[in-house]
Write a protein that binds this ligand. Structure first.
Ligand code: GLN
Length: 224
């Protein structure tokens, strides 16, 4: 390949993107749902994605993503595959974990009573001090997009978030930091120490900021 200023620019950009994930092995729970999309985003940032289906797949991972999908199905399969306790142990060992959409429901301590399907309480990890409303935006608005101001990057352009039959965070405990809200004040992204949750799907966009934020969290907990 001839070296031209154009090539150099491309290389430089890849180098910057890759630095954050270099050397990190990140699991993506691959029981059901949007796991391939997360794996692609991780690869773009230089991390190595690993599909997780069984407890032994958690060995050597630096962090883990629970994708969106159907929280009842994900919860039931995780239970059947004996993953609930190993996942709880993975979190108490101090590894970073991120739940998107159904993954948020899977991490939540409490499931609220409102919203369609709100009465169904799937098996879950119940580790994050949030109360979540399933399908909180109702049947008429199954899917929508919204611009979010990111509390961890307040001066940057808004994040175009994709919501699909999304849950809403109804309330948060004192250790939980809110990272993004809709214009009406609804809480849609939050963090509690090594746990990150988003009600929307950053893996269905080209915006790498949430994946980058998560990989930085992973590094922080790896060094702690
Ligand atoms: N509505 C789904 C549930 O309650 C979550 C949707 C999603 O992950 N996109 O499990």
């Amino acid at each position: 390949m001839t070296i031209s200023p154009q090539n150099l620019t491309i290389d430089k950009k890849n180098e910057t993107n890759n630095a954050v994930g270099a050397g990190l092995k990140i699991g993506v729970l691959a029981l059901q749902g949007a796991f391939l999309e997360h794996a692609n985003m991780l690869r773009k940032l230089g991390a190595e994605p690993v599909e997780v289906r069984l407890p032994q797949d958690l060995a050597d991972l630096d962090g883990l993503i629970i994708p969106g999908g159907e929280s009842t199905t994900i919860g039931k399969l995780a239970n059947q595959f004996g993953l609930i306790e190993p996942l709880q142990a993975f979190i108490s060992a101090g590894h970073a974990l991120w739940g998107t959409c159904a993954g948020l429901i899977f991490l939540a301590k409490n499931i609220g009573a409102t919203g369609s399907g709100g009465h169904v309480v799937p098996p879950r990890l119940a580790v994050m001090d949030v109360t979540v409303d399933r399908n909180a935006f109702g049947r008429q608005v199954d899917s929508f997009e919204a611009d979010l101001r990111l509390n961890f990057a307040p001066d940057e352009a808004p994040f175009r978030a994709v919501f699909i039959r999304a849950p809403k965070i109804e309330s948060v405990g004192p250790q939980v930091e809110v990272l993004a809200q809709l214009a009406d004040g609804a809480l849609v992204a939050a963090r509690q120490e090594n746990l990150l949750v988003t009600a929307f799907h950053p893996e269905l966009t080209n915006d790498l900021r949430f994946h980058r934020y998560f990989l930085e969290m992973v590094r922080q907990y790896q060094e702690a």
